[in-house]
Design a protein around this ligand. Structure first.
Ligand SMILES: N[C@@H](CCC(=O)N[C@@H](CS)C(=O)NCC(=O)O)C(=O)O
Length: 208
């Protein structure tokens, strides 16, 4: 019997959606347990390993830190990369994508008008084009016939990059540009993976 996974996070994509995408692609059944801020503070926060979420619980284990959870989910679904080097590269993309994503989230959640405008400027004119161009370059460097980021098959690196650009669109910005055709192809391919497209159709609608 496979373990019963319980994935605890807020009702948003944020630091949780990469694991949800990996579970979707790997057809792993899990409890997508979304909590309100109020429940977080009153019932959950003090009990979590680092007083943060996401957290994955199964078989009496409690796993925290979004990157560790995503790497574990990728491991059990065969999406982590074929060799130690590929696994390190996949992790490189997952961490890079999340670092860039978080900058977009800071902009999204900022309530002070002036600070928000500055954060948007930085994200839209620096973080986003830089990450986009870097991914395009790294796709060419990998040279996979099928256009994957690491090795010759889909890994969670592709899902991590997809998650970042999905968030970009959630912020009302253009994901790709005319200078990034390989990236545009990659995002389209991921969107049309049957397991992913099923998840995208049924997941709660949150911008980021
Ligand atoms: N390094 C951690 C950061 C986790 C984190 O910042 N989680 C936020 C939500 S995205 C959180 O738990 N916020 C509520 C709080 O800190 O009280 C990870 O990647 O999981």
């Amino acid at each position: 019997m496979p373990p019963r996974y319980k994935f605890i996070y807020f009702d948003m994509k944020g630091r949780g959606e990469l694991t949800r995408l990996i579970f979707a692609q790997g057809r792993i059944e899990y409890d997508d347990y979304r909590i309100t801020r109020e429940r977080w503070l009153t019932e959950f926060k003090s009990k979590m390993p680092f007083q943060q979420i996401p957290v994955l619980e199964f078989d009496g284990h409690v796993l925290a830190q979004s990157q560790a959870i995503a790497a574990y989910a990728a491991e059990i679904t065969g999406l982590c990369g074929a060799t130690p080097l590929d696994r390190a590269k996949a992790r490189m993309f997952a961490e890079g994508a999340m670092e860039a994503y978080v900058e977009g989230a800071w902009y999204y959640f900022e309530s002070d008008k002036e600070k928000k405008a500055k954060l948007r400027e930085k994200f839209e004119n620096d973080t986003l084009p830089r990450f986009r161009n870097n991914v395009e370059k790294l796709l060419a460097q990998n040279g996979s016939d099928d256009g994957w980021l690491v090795g010759s098959q889909l890994t969670y690196a592709d899902l991590a990059v997809f998650h970042f650009f999905d968030g970009v669109q959630g912020l009302g910005m253009e994901a790709t540009s005319s200078d990034t055709p390989q990236l545009a192809r990659l995002l389209k391919k991921i969107k049309s993976e049957p397991n992913i497209s099923q998840w995208l159709a049924k997941r709660p609608a949150n911008p980021i």
